[in-house]
Write a new protein. Structure first.
Length: 198
């Protein structure tokens, strides 16, 4: 394991060994899916990731999804460190290695340390979180488990976020939960070899 990669338990992930819906090939792309996929690839700094090529099989939804997703990340109002912390916790909670691996990179670019990323797996009660980070992680866990925030969690989060950001936070968690379900159900595969799960 490289020093730039967080050390987490790879048996945690739940994924299919091959896709149920495969990514588009170059020959299968139409003008719309080719433009959107290549644009998305430029955003992530390489060839179009499998998630874009797979969702590109439904160009109407793909285009609308990209426009919506961009309002949360990278154009959201939450600081990028907060956004990436929340997304990584969603990926951990949903056991979605594809989402985790992509957002480890984005989290590092946003300034999260390897130690912070590793600590995401331990959750909001782990030592070392700021009060704000613990509130974000606790609320992420509660939305995952309960589908709503109780008064105590809401008030802890509202101590750090205004109304606009509270709305954005709920959308952010819900969006990446939806994406995790889609990745897992379609069997979207990683772009690079990953450590074995056993």
């Amino acid at each position: 394991m490289s020093a730039a990669e967080p050390n987490v338990d790879h048996s945690h992930w739940r994924e299919l060994s091959e896709p149920r819906v495969g990514p588009l090939t170059e020959e299968e792309m139409n003008a719309v899916s080719r433009t959107l996929a290549k644009g998305a690839g430029r955003v992530v700094g390489g060839p179009p990731p499998n998630i874009f090529l797979t969702l590109g099989r439904n160009p109407r939804l793909f285009g609308a999804w990209l426009a919506f997703a961009a309002q949360l990340m990278p154009r959201g109002g939450l600081p990028r460190r907060d956004t990436e912390l929340v997304i990584l916790r969603v990926a951990w909670n949903t056991r979605t290695r594809y989402e985790w691996d992509h957002h480890v990179r984005f989290g590092r670019e946003a300034g999260l340390s390897i130690g912070e990323i590793e600590r995401v797996a331990a959750g909001p009660d782990a030592d070392g979180w700021t009060e704000r980070q613990a509130a974000l992680l606790t609320a992420t866990d509660e939305l995952h488990a309960e589908g709503r925030l109780d008064e105590e969690t809401w008030n802890a989060l509202a101590a750090h976020l205004d109304e606009k950001l509270l709305i954005e936070f709920c959308f952010l968690v819900g969006h990446y939960e939806m994406l995790a379900m889609t990745i897992a159900s379609l069997g979207i595969q990683p772009e690079k070899p990953l450590p074995p799960t056993s």
